[in-house]
Design a protein around this ligand. Structure first.
Ligand SMILES: [Mg+2]
Length: 85
Protein backbone atom coordinates (compact mmCIF):
# COMPACT_ATOMS: atom_id res chain seq x y z
CA UNK A 1 0.00 0.00 0.00
CA UNK A 2 1.42 3.35 -0.97
CA UNK A 3 -0.04 5.51 1.79
CA UNK A 4 -1.11 4.69 5.29
CA UNK A 5 -1.32 1.22 6.73
CA UNK A 6 -4.18 -1.20 6.53
CA UNK A 7 -5.33 -0.27 10.04
CA UNK A 8 -5.33 3.43 9.17
CA UNK A 9 -7.22 2.78 5.95
CA UNK A 10 -9.79 0.68 7.83
CA UNK A 11 -10.22 3.45 10.42
CA UNK A 12 -10.69 6.01 7.66
CA UNK A 13 -13.39 3.86 6.05
CA UNK A 14 -15.09 3.51 9.44
CA UNK A 15 -15.05 7.24 10.12
CA UNK A 16 -16.30 8.13 6.63
CA UNK A 17 -19.13 5.65 7.09
CA UNK A 18 -20.05 7.22 10.41
CA UNK A 19 -20.14 10.67 8.80
CA UNK A 20 -22.24 9.26 5.98
CA UNK A 21 -24.73 7.92 8.53
CA UNK A 22 -24.87 11.31 10.24
CA UNK A 23 -25.54 12.99 6.88
CA UNK A 24 -28.41 10.56 6.29
CA UNK A 25 -29.79 11.37 9.76
CA UNK A 26 -29.59 15.07 8.87
CA UNK A 27 -31.69 14.45 5.76
CA UNK A 28 -34.17 12.36 7.76
CA UNK A 29 -34.56 15.06 10.40
CA UNK A 30 -32.99 12.80 13.04
CA UNK A 31 -29.67 14.62 13.35
CA UNK A 32 -27.96 15.39 16.61
CA UNK A 33 -25.71 18.41 16.04
CA UNK A 34 -23.08 17.32 18.54
CA UNK A 35 -22.80 13.83 17.01
CA UNK A 36 -22.73 15.29 13.51
CA UNK A 37 -19.86 17.62 14.43
CA UNK A 38 -18.00 14.81 16.16
CA UNK A 39 -18.18 12.60 13.07
CA UNK A 40 -17.30 15.51 10.80
CA UNK A 41 -14.14 16.10 12.84
CA UNK A 42 -13.29 12.38 12.94
CA UNK A 43 -13.60 12.14 9.16
CA UNK A 44 -11.61 15.33 8.60
CA UNK A 45 -8.77 14.10 10.79
CA UNK A 46 -8.65 10.80 8.91
CA UNK A 47 -8.65 12.67 5.61
CA UNK A 48 -5.69 14.74 6.77
CA UNK A 49 -3.87 11.63 7.97
CA UNK A 50 -4.32 9.91 4.63
CA UNK A 51 -3.04 13.02 2.84
CA UNK A 52 0.14 13.08 4.98
CA UNK A 53 1.32 9.98 3.19
CA UNK A 54 1.02 11.44 -0.29
CA UNK A 55 4.32 13.17 -0.91
CA UNK A 56 4.14 13.96 -4.60
CA UNK A 57 2.38 16.89 -6.25
CA UNK A 58 -0.50 14.74 -7.49
CA UNK A 59 -2.71 15.53 -4.48
CA UNK A 60 -2.43 19.32 -4.83
CA UNK A 61 -2.80 19.12 -8.61
CA UNK A 62 -5.93 17.00 -8.28
CA UNK A 63 -7.44 19.32 -5.65
CA UNK A 64 -6.69 22.39 -7.77
CA UNK A 65 -8.22 20.77 -10.86
CA UNK A 66 -11.33 19.72 -8.97
CA UNK A 67 -11.80 23.18 -7.41
CA UNK A 68 -11.38 24.76 -10.87
CA UNK A 69 -14.03 22.42 -12.31
CA UNK A 70 -16.38 23.22 -9.42
CA UNK A 71 -15.92 26.96 -9.94
CA UNK A 72 -16.62 26.52 -13.68
CA UNK A 73 -19.75 24.50 -12.96
CA UNK A 74 -20.97 27.18 -10.56
CA UNK A 75 -20.06 29.93 -13.04
CA UNK A 76 -17.87 31.65 -10.46
CA UNK A 77 -14.28 32.69 -10.03
CA UNK A 78 -12.34 31.03 -7.25
CA UNK A 79 -11.70 33.48 -4.40
CA UNK A 80 -8.21 34.93 -3.95
CA UNK A 81 -6.08 32.73 -1.71
CA UNK A 82 -8.19 29.65 -2.46
CA UNK A 83 -5.24 27.72 -3.82
CA UNK A 84 -4.11 24.62 -1.95
CA UNK A 85 -0.49 24.64 -0.84
MG1 LIG B 1 -16.37 8.56 14.57
Amino acid sequence: MRWGGDAQMAKAAEEFSELSAECARELNGQADREEFLEELVDARIMLEQLAWHITDDALEETIEGTLDQLADRLGRERPEGDDVE
